[in-house]
Design a protein around this ligand. Structure first.
Ligand SMILES: Cc1cc2nc3c(=O)[nH]c(=O)nc-3n(C[C@H](O)[C@H](O)[C@H](O)COP(=O)(O)OP(=O)(O)OC[C@H]3O[C@@H](n4cnc5c(N)ncnc54)[C@H](O)[C@@H]3O)c2cc1C
Length: 460
């Protein structure tokens, strides 16, 4: 493969990360984007998800920083809130369990809360500043395939632009499966989970001093199919997103959204929302299906083109992992370009990092969130065990911290606790169970109560 010119289709976060990596391996990089790109941080019609709360996981922030050194400091200088795990800064509900507010966690980790348009703008201007990369406001109709490899693209204005390598970062609507079949290859199998998610978001202004937290997230649970996220942004506004899972509609009217917040959140936040001023109209978004296209499983795959970002895997957005998973693919691409078979190497590495996160999401969605899709027999017991783990994590900071770090995709992508942590969970839950039953037994039978009262001490 020559290393003169690489093309990226799509200038959202995926395409921009790919462009950064390619700029170190090719003489020139051209990014084609069909959506007019704004000068500053602004929502774009082609990225409708940008109007809804976008959590940047701690791992994603670190990966973006390694691609674009100085990014995080610049964001903070622009007013992006930085969270250093202070207990007053996060209110975190996971699958019906409340973590993170009641106690200080053991180890610190830092999170950043840029709005999605701000993050994309910060990254876009860094790509624009690269000597050998340029952004073209032009759509791509299709890649050009010569029977052996992809040799460039045909743009929407009918021009053919040659390239040694093409990255398709057109998002979850990618047409790469169609192009593959037109070129005589199989279409990739698709793993899907019908999550049936509906989003509604209002941007708000809330008077200063009413809410200390900067990130408020309450996920859906078995008993509550609706959740919400509230993020404080760099421009002093708040994003309030409500969502429903399993085809349950999200409240869309601001009064209904506030009622849900009052139901799910501590009283001071509900009270603050009574003094909030909604800005503009509510934004709505439907996300019916999480989708993982298994390009990695194809027996034959063409040279010269790779899918990237959501084009490979689009994750349930309520878990806030998409951008971070995209940032991991940038590392895979970097390493793959140093091998003789970058296409196969990248696809295999991406499949390896996608599997644990995809599987854990699928377990949560299919066993707790009313989603439809194929579920192996072991999903249900694993889901039940995880529910036990999160129950214990409500009052055990060690377990809560382990969960929050893994959920932020730090340390490892595998959400599999060690035997020591499983033992700790069992002991903790038995202690809690015994305590509550001790109270019950003392109330029921004062003589027997002391025996059960010892149990928490014995199992500690
Ligand atoms: C509702 C919602 C909420 C989300 N929340 C979070 C969150 O909280 N945290 C998180 O980490 N992730 C979240 N995500 C996921 C995150 O937005 C994506 O993972 C991330 O944007 C990377 O996507 P991408 O760049 O691969 O594709 P996209 O962002 O979809 O961008 C594709 C780009 O390709 C361009 N394009 C398409 N076709 C062409 C063409 N033919 N020619 C030229 N350009 C083209 C489009 O205009 C667009 O700019 C959310 C997603 C949704 C839907």
């Amino acid at each position: 493969m020559g290393r003169k010119h690489a093309i990226v289709i799509g200038a959202s976060l995926g395409g921009l990360c790919a462009a950064r990596v390619l700029s170190s391996a090719f003489d020139d990089v051209t990014v084609f984007e069909r959506d007019p790109l704004p000068e500053g941080p602004a929502n774009r019609p082609a990225v409708p998800q940008g109007r809804h709360v976008h959590l940047l996981m701690a791992r994603g922030a670190a990966e973006f920083e390694s691609l674009f050194p100085g990014l995080l400091a610049d964001m903070v200088a622009c007013g992006v809130p930085i969270l250093e795990n202070r207990p007053d800064c996060i209110h975190f509900g996971a699958a019906g369990h409340l973590l993170g507010t009641t106690h200080r966690l053991q180890d610190e980790f830092t999170a950043y809360v840029p709005s999605r348009p701000h993050l994309e703008w910060q990254i876009r201007r860094r790509v624009l500043a690269l000597d050998n990369a340029r952004l073209m406001d032009r759509g791509v109709d299709e890649p050009v395939y010569d029977g052996h490899r992809v040799t460039g693209v045909r743009t929407a204005d009918g021009a053919t632009v040659d390239a040694d390598f093409v990255v398709d970062a057109t998002g979850r609507g990618t047409r790469l499966p169609v192009w593959l079949s037109q070129w005589g290859f199989e279409r990739p199998r698709e793993d899907t989970v019908d999550v049936g998610i509906a989003y509604a978001t209002h941007q708000l202004r809330i008077p200063d001093g009413l809410i200390d937290e900067k990130v408020i997230v309450v996920g859906a649970s078995r008993t509550q199919p609706r959740g919400l996220g509230m993020l404080y942004y760099e421009d002093g506004t708040w994003g309030l997103t409500t969502f429903g899972v399993g085809k349950v509609p999200a409240p869309t009217d601001f009064n209904e959204m506030r009622e849900l917040a009052e139901e799910l959140l501590p009283a001071h936040i509900g009270a603050a929302l009574h003094q909030a001023h909604p800005l503009g109209d509510v934004a709505l978004h439907k996300y019916p299906t999480s989708r993982w296209r298994r390009f990695d499983e194809l027996d034959r795959y063409p040279r010269g083109i790779l899918p990237f970002g959501d084009a490979v895997a689009s994750f349930n957005p309520t878990f806030g992992q998409g951008m971070t998973m995209t940032s991991l693919q940038a590392g895979h691409l970097q390493r793959a370009l140093q091998t003789p078979d970058p296409e196969a190497t990248f696809l295999a590495a991406t499949a390896k990092s996608t599997w644990p996160v995809w599987t854990m999401n699928a377990i949560g969605d299919l066993t707790m969130h009313g989603a439809d899709g194929p579920a192996p027999w072991w999903y249900r017991p694993v889901g039940a065990l995880f529910d036990q783990f999160l129950g214990a994590a409500e009052s055990d900071p060690v377990l809560a911290e382990w969960f929050l770090r893994r959920f932020s995709l730090l340390d490892s992508l595998y959400m599999v606790p060690s035997a020591r942590l499983i033992g700790r969970t069992i002991r903790h839950n038995m202690t809690l169970w015994a305590r509550s039953n001790t109270v019950q037994l003392v109330a029921d039978d004062g003589d027997a109560g002391w025996v059960f009262g010892l149990w928490p001490v014995l199992v500690r």
